[in-house]
Design a protein around this ligand. Structure first.
Ligand code: BES
Ligand code: MN
Ligand code: ZN
Length: 495
């Protein structure tokens, strides 16, 4: 997918499809007004017929007089005052699926005026890249399948140009990160194993000079004392890997941002085995890890002036003669002991050792991403990711980044009051906290391993993939993480 900025006379632009925005009550964006003027009022005349009266949806027009484009797609953008980057991108998404169905692979979108240039250009650029993603690794596309978009041109005014150029470069990079996270997520558990993830991290470093990868095998983890992580992988024939990706884009003594992602390449629950229904979806239990891959790739491709370390503890969770048993007590890297009351609460077991491990990098901040609890879906549904942190400033930072990237989070409590639910008579803590507030007690568990640095946890159980006809990985929260990193690195966006 290619993104390109263009300018000049819109009416003279040669393209298979010119997309122009129309607000409710037939109010035209500036580019739409220009096309209307060039076509001697044809746009307004069309709108008077009422098809776009609701201000939503789209309308295809052919052979507009005075317009060089083969067709013009009038895109309903709703109320002008309420239109922002996210709404614009969403509207474009429906138009692009229509283009894909009719096998139109190139389009020219005229960015509406009076909206934030950088934000809008990035959002539509990212939407275009995302719309072109296809999962094809284990399924050939059908003969008549919708054709992915090959090129989106973005028409902007001269004054918008610099911001739009930066925005499209960022959209391209974030889009690559999202696509990588989706692809890794969608790959089945028999392909995407811990070893496979480790290989992909090594390949990523081969392909990008600014990136280096190190993989710890089970012997190395044993040597360090990662008893919690290794207890999970003992139940599987696939050896666990601890993947570390380092991007040194900032000064040599600038503290790194550290991202840690749950990389459970398949979670059957272990001895506390899950029910059969929807168990296939537990191939997505490495989506947190995939988001680390995606965010690292995006940062590298944006060339952000920041130091970034991505850590992915990767394992399977399966039942086996050597697997964890309810009641087992393991010793974590931190030295704290854990009574495993439910072997299906394995994410926190691999994460806690990774979170202790990253202390050695003296992080500026640590974010962990994990498909950690079904309880988070019960609490919040599938729209926001759950955000847990004791740090109000960090909470605000992440909430705002999520809003800006249309990849939202909602803060949940992480109060001391909940900690007692993890009490155990046989270890320093239990790995589950009972039925109440399962997403909170999971976060409380992690908080016991993150005292050495500012930290936030994102529970992405409800956001990492979608169910139903469009079943597949979303790539979330790569857009949020990319936005967070852009803001942290202080690069100019023009916003
Ligand atoms: N990976 C699951 C959480 C999950 C379940 C995410 C369904 C998305 C959809 C996690 O490892 C798990 O099994 N958690 C348990 C915790 C419980 C045993 C305390 C859960 O949520 O049921
Ligand atoms: Mn589990
Ligand atoms: Zn899991």
């Amino acid at each position: 997918m290619e993104l390109k900025i263009v300018g000049g006379d819109l009416a003279k632009a040669k393209t298979p499809c010119l997309i122009i925005g129309v607000f409710d009550k037939h109010k035209l964006s500036a580019p739409a007004a220009a096309v209307d003027a060039a076509s001697d009022g044809a746009v307004v005349k069309l709108l008077r017929r009422g098809d776009l009266d609701g201000g939503k949806g789209w309308l295809m027009a052919y052979d507009l007089p005075g317009v060089a484009a083969e067709r013009v797609l009038l895109l309903g953008l709703g109320k002008r005052k309420e239109c922002d980057a996210a709404k614009l991108a969403k509207a474009l998404g429906t138009a692009l699926s229509r283009l894909a169905e009719t096998h139109i692979t190139k389009a020219l979108l005229a960015l509406p005026d009076r909206l934030d240039d950088y934000a809008c250009a990035r959002a539509v650029g990212l939407k275009a890249v995302e719309s072109a993603y296809r999962y094809e690794r284990t399924k050939a596309p059908k003969e008549d399948a919708p054709t992915p978009l090959a090129r989106l041109e973005l028409w902007v005014e001269k004054a918008q140009r610099d911001a739009a150029e930066r925005a499209l470069a960022h959209a391209d990079a974030i889009g690559a990160g999202v696509a990588l996270a989706r692809e890794l997520g969608n790959l089945p558990g028999n392909i995407c194993t811990p070893g496979y993830l480790a290989e992909q991290a090594l390949k990523l470093a081969d392909a990008h000079a600014a990136l280096s990868t190190e993989v710890l095998d089970e012997a190395a983890m044993e040597g360090l004392g990662m008893g919690a992580l290794l207890s999970v992988s003992r139940g599987s024939r696939q050896p666990a890997k601890l993947i570390k990706m380092t991007y040194q884009g900032g000064g040599t003594d600038a503290k790194p941002v550290v991202l840690v992602g749950k990389g459970l390449t398949f979670d059957a629950g272990g001895i506390s085995i899950k029910p059969a229904a929807d168990m296939d979806e537990m191939k997505y239990d490495m989506a947190g890890g995939a988001s680390v891959f995606g965010a690292v790739l995006a940062a590298v491709r944006m060339g952000l002036p920041i130091n970034l370390i991505g850590v992915v503890p990767a394992s399977e969770n399966l039942p086996d003669g050597d697997a964890n048993k309810p009641g087992d007590v393991v010793t974590s890297l931190s030295g704290q002991t854990i009574e495993i009351l439910n072997t299906d609460a394995e994410g926190r077991l691999i994460l806690c050792d990774a979170l202790t491990y990253v202390e050695r990098f003296e992080p500026d901040v640590v974010l962990d991403m994990a498909t950690l609890t079904g309880a988070c879906i019960v609490a919040l549904g599938r729209h926001p990711s759950g955000l847990f942190t004791a740090d109000d400033k960090l909470a605000r930072e992440l909430t705002e980044a999520g809003e800006a990237a249309a990849d939202r989070v909602w803060r949940m409590p992480l109060w001391e009051d909940y900690q007692q639910q993890l009490d155990s008579n046989f270890a320093d803590m239990a790995n589950i906290g009972g039925r109440d507030a399962g997403a909170v007690t999971a976060a409380c568990f992690l908080s016991r391993f993150t005292k050495a640095y500012p930290w936030a946890h994102l529970d992405i159980a409800g956001t990492a993939w979608v169910k139903g006809k469009e079943k597949g990985a979303t790539g979330r929260p790569v857009p949020l993480l990319a936005e967070f990193l852009i803001r942290r690195s202080g690069v100019e966006t023009g916003a």
